[in-house]
Design a binder for this molecule. Structure first.
Ligand code: T4K
Length: 395
């Protein structure tokens, strides 16, 4: 263990000269990527349902075991289109404990997100609490497979069926993950993936709607392209959600390297788990070894009474060392605008969300991070917690 006086908060030099990020992009095979870029330029077909996008869609659909993949420019627009294509209106039940885009995609089209609490063990929607929030205006539920750990799909399906609601999923974190042996992508009426730069497989920016529903897929395709059903023929209100060819090229190249990215993520997750296991008050979330996981997020929960430091104090110590740990997803979507002003009482039914928003943080992982860096991050936390009283007094 380090001498605590060498920590940056006590005036020592930073452990990292450059910031260590959560969400540093994984980069696949550069040569293949450049060759694909060359093909795109040679073809002079840059966007609008080009061959690279088609190949990307076919690959994602195959790996996810679904009939349709509609590639979209990013996950947020994919959510908006999926919600519209599924015909949601009025109120839709969503977790507050998610990236704010899940709620924004509803509010953007004047559908009220109704915030539901999550299960403390899984951080995902609690079906019993969803049931309790259904009103005559509710038309749907959007579960979020947070950290890539799939929701209680069967529990949500049961509520949706009994209440006559449409069930959708924000699967932004869960590409190549499974539940009970079934790949994410085919649950509910449709699911959305994100291929943003910070996701383990990225397309620079990118998203996708996955579904086995032919009609929903067709509507999504129309909406992605202004509602055009052929030259000069618009049959729908549409938007522009098209993925470009360069993004699809990056997406395909990323997917080819997915096994290596997953291996790096898993190695880091195991290392963090091993190193932090002995520290009081810190627990790293688990992934079910019987399922397919992408291990992208290394998420830690802090019990401040046992650790002697709060989550925010630990993050402050890490930041001072240039480790940019993230407080995902604090403070909870319901405490962000416009929800904070429009739904000031939402927090009363969200006790678990409020607690998680104060106790959870994410650590750097992925192929841009090496084992030595993970060890150094763990050294910092170990030293800080072993000297918690002195560190707390110094902050
Ligand atoms: N639903 C869920 C559950 C989501 O998590 C997300 C996205 C969405 C929906 C929406 O999908 P998209 O429309 O984004 O496809 C980041 C991402 O921007 C966002 O995509 C992601 N979730 C969220 C979890 O993380 P921020 O606000 O944390 O981004 P930012 O700019 O702070 O970047 C995160 C870290 O990554 C920083 O330390 C910098 C580093 N970074 C970032 C980029 C873009 C790099 O090192 N290189 C880069 O190129 O939201």
């Amino acid at each position: 263990m380090r001498d605590h006086r060498t920590l940056a908060v006590f005036g020592g030099s930073k452990a990292f000269a450059e910031p260590l990020h959560v969400g540093r992009p994984n980069i696949g095979d550069r040569e293949k990527l450049m060759a694909r870029f060359g093909d795109i330029l040679d073809r002079r077909w840059l966007t609008n349902d080009g061959p690279m996008v088609r190949a990307f869609e076919a690959k994602v659909a195959e790996l996810s075991g679904v009939r349709h993949c509609v590639a979209i420019c990013n996950g947020t627009i994919a959510l908006e289109i999926m919600i519209r294509a599924a015909g949601l209106a009025g109120q839709v039940i969503v977790p507050s404990y998610t990236f704010v885009a899940t709620a924004h995609a509803l509010q953007w089209q004047e559908i009220q997100p109704v915030f539901c609490d999550v299960d403390p063990a899984t951080h995902n929607l609690d079906p019993a609490r969803v049931d309790a929030l259904v009103t005559p205006r509710t038309t749907g539920i959007i579960g979020v497979h947070l950290w890539g750990r799939p929701c209680d799909v069967e529990g949500l399906e049961e509520v949706a069926k009994r209440r006559g609601l449409t069930l959708l999923f924000d699967a932004s974190h869960a590409f190549l993950c499974s539940r009970k042996g079934r790949m994410v992508g085919g649950f509910g009426s449709a699911e959305v993936l994100s291929f943003h730069a910070t996701k383990f497989c990225n397309a620079f920016e990118g998203g996708a709607i996955l579904t086995n529903d032919d009609d929903l897929a067709e509507k999504s395709r129309l909406m992605r392209n202004f509602g055009f059903a052929g030259k000069d023929r618009v049959i729908y209100l549409g938007s522009n959600g098209k993925m470009t060819e360069v993004c699809a090229a990056m997406g395909l190249t990323s997917i080819e390297s997915a096994p290596e990215f997953i291996a790096a993520n898993r190695e880091h997750w195991l290392r963090y788990k091993r190193r932090l296991a002995g520290l009081p008050g810190l627990s790293v979330i688990e992934y079910d070894p019987a399922e397919r996981n992408n291990y992208h997020y290394v998420i830690v929960e802090v019990d401040a009474a046992k650790a002697g430091l709060t989550r925010d104090q630990i993050v402050q110590v890490l930041e001072s060392e240039n480790v940019l740990a993230r407080r995902y997803f604090a403070p909870g979507a319901h405490r962000m605008e416009p929800y904070k002003s429009e739904q000031p009482l939402a927090g009363f039914v969200l006790p678990v969300t409020l607690r998680l928003a104060e106790t959870v943080f994410a650590l750097p992982s992925g192929s841009a991070v090496g084992a030595a860096e993970v060890e150094a991050v763990c050294d910092i936390m170990e030293t800080a917690i072993a000297n918690a009283a002195a560190v707390a007094a110094k902050l």
